[in-house]
Design a protein around this ligand. Structure first.
Ligand SMILES: [Zn+2]
Length: 129
């Protein structure tokens, strides 16, 4: 592994954006197996090339900035998905969006019809819990 350390010395390495590019490339390759989608296999080389370029790049500052831009776009998507998974596992609460301000309100499950007061805008709405 010493040779790898020597090759990677001063180079940027792998980050979340590179992994995302690699996943995009793999998806394009798999979809490109089907008939009439062969151009996608060729297209899959583009994110793969960018991934390699970024990993072996010596311009660490620029690659870091690119990754930060990617994360500022990706993290909200990931967090929304994580919240949905957490809420689907929550057996003791229900989640409602305030009709006025859109804030998510958590209420205990199994209390019948209840009047919910939004903690942000004080809007009241009735839902089945
Ligand atoms: Zn509200």
């Amino acid at each position: 592994m010493d040779w790898l350390r020597r090759v990677m010395n001063g180079r940027y390495g792998v980050d979340q954006l590179s992994i995302a590019l690699l996943i995009i490339s793999v998806i394009l390759t798999i979809v490109g197996i089907f008939p009439n989608t062969h151009f996608l296999s060729t297209l899959s080389l583009i994110p793969l090339f960018i991934c390699y370029f970024r990993t072996f790049s010596r311009n660490i500052r620029k690659r870091y900035d690119e990754n930060q831009k990617f994360l500022s776009f990706w993290n909200p998507i990931r967090n929304t998905f994580r919240k949905k998974v957490e809420r689907s596992k929550d057996k003791t609460h229900r989640y409602y969006k305030c009709p006025k301000c859109g804030k998510t309100v958590r209420v205990p499950k199994g209390k019948g019809k209840i009047c919910i007061t939004c903690p942000i805008c004080k809007e009241e709405f009735i839902r089945k819990s």
